[in-house]
Design a protein around this ligand. Structure first.
Ligand code: KG4
Ligand code: ZN
Length: 345
């Protein structure tokens, strides 16, 4: 029997729904929320209300684009955490009610787990090579920065993580210092393409093992610019592109140094990147070069599957469906990462 899963993602400020046929994507609708733009960050209460307005039209469109009827669905997969509780509650409540109404299984999905399993989404036509187990995954998003040893779909070990800010936060906070709007990551990426990445060398943190730290970078950018702006209050405007290129290359270097260390330590050279920051073109270029230079087998997600999307929730739901790992109606969302839950020591 062919399995159809509806995935629902509502952990932050994107309302998304996707239908997949086993691992093959049939639709992936993502609706962003403009309401946060003027606040310079996501306002949780506004995000929750916007999800309430968008969830039904987004799901309706995902079913239409997939050209299937709701009665053909075999299960509903939804993000249960981590994320903003109010936002998660909208997706969770809708998923519960929809699964109950259709009398089909309900499948809870961990958002972080799903970012990694996005590598297993197959295009609607043709096929894409997927990583073999075990592989390493650098998971870099707005809330997480981790190097994960992926032994199986649900057996993952965190080898290193950030002690303070996540890589996405490092991009967004640096952008804020430069006066760029939220989220600043994509803008830094765009401006960096026109700049000299060696112009302003920012210091690298010294952190043991495979852990990361990004808060020092933010502070050094802040002090550097404070001094420069005293001399010339147009300094940022005049050096916007070189500043973005230098900040981006520092963050990418910090990430890559630890990833190289992880490859050395584990002897595993199948390396994937996942999460919003994996959309960064500087990082993607460096990863591609690693294939030739160091013979890594590199897995880089399509842009659409880097940032938050429901296709990654649906595909993770499919792997849980095969194991008959279903949730009951008493399930409730969680805000903090539950990495420990799927970490083998
Ligand atoms: O995975 P994601 O969509 O949401 C979370 O689960 O956090 O990641 C969002 C993060 C934001 O910090 C955003 O600035 C960053 O990913 N991001 C980027 C790029 N696109 C998104 N950072 C650097 N370069 C990009 N092109
Ligand atoms: Zn995410």
């Amino acid at each position: 029997m062919s399995v159809f899963i509806l995935g629902i993602e509502s952990s932050c400020d994107d309302t998304s729904a996707s239908v997949i046929n086993e691992t093959r994507i049939l639709s992936n609708v993502i609706s962003n929320q403009d309401v946060h733009l003027k606040f310079g960050g996501v306002v949780p209460e506004l995000a929750c209300r916007a999800h309430q307005q968008k969830i039904i039209p987004v799901i309706d469109q995902a079913l239409k684009l997939a050209n299937i009827n709701k009665n053909q669905l075999n299960a509903i997969a939804f993000t249960n955490g981590p994320g903003l509780l109010g936002s998660l509650l909208v997706g969770t409540s809708f998923a519960k009610a929809f699964a109950m109404g259709l009398d089909i299984p309900l499948i809870e999905v961990d958002h972080i787990n799903a970012h990694i399993l996005a590598h297993f989404i197959q295009p609607e036509k043709g096929s894409k090579e997927v990583p073999e187990f075990p592989f390493l995954c650098l998971l870099i998003s707005g809330g997480h920065t981790q190097i994960v040893l992926v032994n199986n779909y649900f057996e993952m070990k965190v080898l290193g993580s950030t002690l303070d800010d996540a890589a996405g936060e490092a991009f967004d906070k640096s952008a804020k210092i430069l006066g760029l709007p939220y989220p600043g990551g994509p803008l830094i990426d765009e401006f960096a393409k026109k700049g000299d990445d060696k112009k302003f060398p920012f210091p690298h943190p010294s952190v043991a093992g495979l852990d990361f730290s990004f808060s020092g970078l933010k502070t050094s950018i802040l002090y550097f610019l404070r001094d420069k702006m005293k001399e010339d209050n147009l300094f940022i405007e005049k050096n916007k592109y070189d500043l973005c290129a230098s900040i981006q290359s520092t963050i990418v270097d910090i990430l890559m140094k630890k990833l190289e260390k992880a490859v050395k330590q584990t002897g595993i050279n199948q390396v994937a990147i996942a999460g919003g920051v994996s959309a960064n073109s500087g990082l993607r270029d460096v990863m591609i070069k690693k294939q030739v230079k160091d013979k890594w087998k590199v897995f880089i997600p399509d842009h659409l599957f880097c940032t938050d999307n429901a296709a990654m929730i649906a595909v993770t739901g499919y792997f849980k469906y095969l194991k008959k790992e279903f949730s009951d109606q008493s399930i409730s969302p969680y805000s903090r990462s539950r990495n420990g839950k799927y970490t083998e020591s």
